[in-house]
Design a binder for this molecule. Sequence first.
Ligand SMILES: [Zn+2]
Length: 411
Amino acid sequence: MNTIKKNLEIRIYPAIAEKNDKGEKLANISKIESNIGIYRFIYNKELEFINYFRNLLLQYGYEDHVIVNDTSCSIILNMLRQEYPFLEKAESSSRQQSQRNLILAFKRYDDSSLKSNYPVLKTKKNQKDTFRIMNNNDNLRIQKDKYGYDKIKLPKLGLVKFKTSKEYRELLRKGSNPDDPTVEIKHITIKKVNNEYYAVFNITELYIPQEIIGPRQQIGIDIGCSKLASLSNGQEIPNLDLTTEANKIIQYQQKMSHTQPGSIRHNEAQRLYNLWMKKLVNKRNDYYNKVTAYIVKNSSFIAVQNENIIAWKHNKYLSRKLQLNAPRIFMDKLEYKCLWNDVEFIKVPRNFPSTQICSECGERNDNMSGLRNLGIRDWECPHCKTHHNRDINAAKNILNKGLEIVGTTVQ
Ligand SMILES: [Zn+2]
């Protein structure tokens, strides 16, 4: 049986108190903060130890290659636990996960094809505020507290309040039920972003093919700039208007640059900047989720051109719009939703001249090449005299090319 991996990100609200009125243990802010700290501490201490050993090897004329693996790191971790009793406060799988990250960092460094840098200490500047807990023996789950509300139970830490959609809640309930084999919670990552706490559940779901309701279409999608996307069936999806958010972001960005870092005014500007940034990202994600869900629900096959988005960014006329409307995020959402819903997803190569070919007769119109002609919205094929909308014609060509790649023809 196939399984699909999903990451469900949900907002959590850790309490300040250690226990609720009915005496249940709560995963409060201080516990979560200390776990984040311990995660970083173990990583750094182990890395310091390895660095020390590496220097010793160099001093005595050996090669500086230190073998970093589970066995060697576990010995260091055991020594650290004896030296620093506060490490016992952290959940055991979280301690191990920190060291596993370090081992991974060394593996990447040793792999010459990846060209990764030597692992560095996690400082306040370069760190991500996270820690991860593995689900051993179904200790990590959703359960009702004594008041009857759903809470996340973090092993060793306690209960924490959360908010999420019906769909996610249902998945997590299934994952928490040991008798239900369809969903399994693998691990959870707790992270802190802009003083807000989030939990990312990593789950696997049994793949059950869905029945197709109604006729589904084969769709080609041209990801544009003035529009979010044009579909080969003639539909056009407009860009989201993010001007208010963008203006606010620029305003507070300027305020931050005009005030002293650390001052009250600077902090206030920083807070509002983060707030509007969050608003923009949420609004955009919400819109993209709705649009991609709609497209995927009505399709059986989707072909998208893997546009050279980086090259667009160097074009000064396009870059501002692109940062507001992130086509890459749109593409990624489309791709994973296709995977979840059993819709075939094909990326057409970048170099395929989708805008230059006539979708009716297949003749190439060289007047349409290059970024210079982004202004041309409509054109007439000199060969068969068909009148084309630039983007819809491109979407049709992308669909044909996608079908050609998988070896079928238009039905
Ligand atoms: Zn033509």
